[in-house]
Design a protein around this ligand. Structure first.
Ligand code: NAP
Length: 299
């Protein structure tokens, strides 16, 4: 339980709703900002007053997955209010207050460092990324079904990258009956793909690779699906780029070639916001308890 903990949830999307629900369930005192246009009301959550003593009690601040923009603005889909994070405001929080975000941007890193508060980019954590890969893979299946006129079963799929998302994609599409090849760059991962019973593609030699496929799923956050790769794809191929913005595809060139290519960011929040919120909430729970453990050790 989180009895006695004070947590502010500022901005965000449907994932935050589940986070607030779970924090309430665990008996934390929850302050919220950026949810004024939400139809549902959180009877147990308190509106965060940025100028009040509430701030001095905060053990953690939960920001949206995107964190802030380059000026500190916090986006929230349930509000038109402008919420701006500032160094002066953060200074009012207790020293131990954790700043939890999905990803970091230079603005957030800078102000957290200036006020000496711990900033935790949750999406950098292996556990979060692995749990998140589950709704990401499911969202990819949905997109593939929506944007092709063939079954996944029997289709030829290329997955680029064998990280946390790539691994799930390769295994799941193979389990659905697709003929899966996986593009990797190390000899260790070539061996892993072979061990999985799939066909490895050496990404160091993409020009020599067989890129004949119906569906190309990219997870590599660098320009790997460039003109030379796109030229090898059949005209009917569908490219779904899951890598973080701007993705790893030359979308202009794909368009020029008449190949359907789409960047598909934020799938967990779109296809399974409740699950995605629960994943974050569970990690926040552990982090808060760990933090308390550290404080007790220091005493
Ligand atoms: P990850 O575990 O770090 O995997 C990235 C993979 O890319 C690794 O296999 C890595 O290979 C490979 N790679 C990196 N640079 C490369 C290069 N220059 N050439 C060839 N391969 C390269 O990351 P992840 O958690 O799977 O996430 C992958 C991407 O998807 C990230 O951009 C993440 O932000 C994004 N993502 C998107 C969604 C969505 O909804 N669209 C959801 C979750 C994550 P090595 O192992 O050899 O380093």
């Amino acid at each position: 339980m989180l009895t006695g903990y004070h947590v502010a949830v500022i901005g965000g999307d449907a994932r935050q709703i589940e986070i607030i629900r779970r924090l309430n369930k665990w008996n934390a005192t929850v302050y919220i900002a950026g949810f004024d246009q939400l139809n549902e009301s959180f009877t147990e959550a308190i509106d965060l007053d940025f100028d009040s003593k509430q701030v001095e009690k905060l053990d953690a601040i939960i920001l949206p997955i995107a964190g802030t923009d380059d000026e500190g603005k916090i986006e929230g889909i349930f509000s038109n209010q402008l919420i701006q994070l500032s160094e002066d405001w953060l200074k009012k929080t207790p020293k131990h207050c954790l700043i939890l975000t999905g990803i970091t941007k230079p603005f957030l890193v800078n102000i957290a460092a200036k006020v000496d508060r711990t900033l935790i980019p949750l999406m950098d954590r292996d556990d979060v990324a692995i749990y998140n890969s589950i709704p990401t893979v499911e969202g990819t299946i949905l997109l593939v079904i929506q944007h092709t006129d063939i079954t996944i079963h029997g289709s030829k799929v290329i997955v680029l990258g064998l990280g946390r998302v790539g691994m799930g994609l390769a295994r799941t599409f193979s389990n659905l009956g697709a003929d899966v090849s996986v593009g990797v760059r190390s000899s260790q991962n070539i061996a892993r793909v072979y061990e999985m019973g799939l066909t490895p593609i050496d990404m160091n030699e993409m020009q020599k690779a067989n890129m004949e496929c119906d569906i190309l799923l990219n997870t590599v956050p660098h320009l790997v699906v460039d003109a030379s790769v796109i030229k090898q794809l059949p005209a009917h191929a569908l490219i779904i780029d899951l890598a973080s913005k701007p993705g790893g595809t030359d979308f202009q060139f794909a368009d020029k070639r008449g190949i359907k290519a789409m960047l598909a960011p934020g799938l967990p929040g779109i296809v399974a916001p409740k699950t995605a919120g629960r994943i974050i909430a569970d990690v926040v729970y552990r982090l808060l308890l760990e933090q308390q453990g550290k404080e007790t050790e220091d005493e």
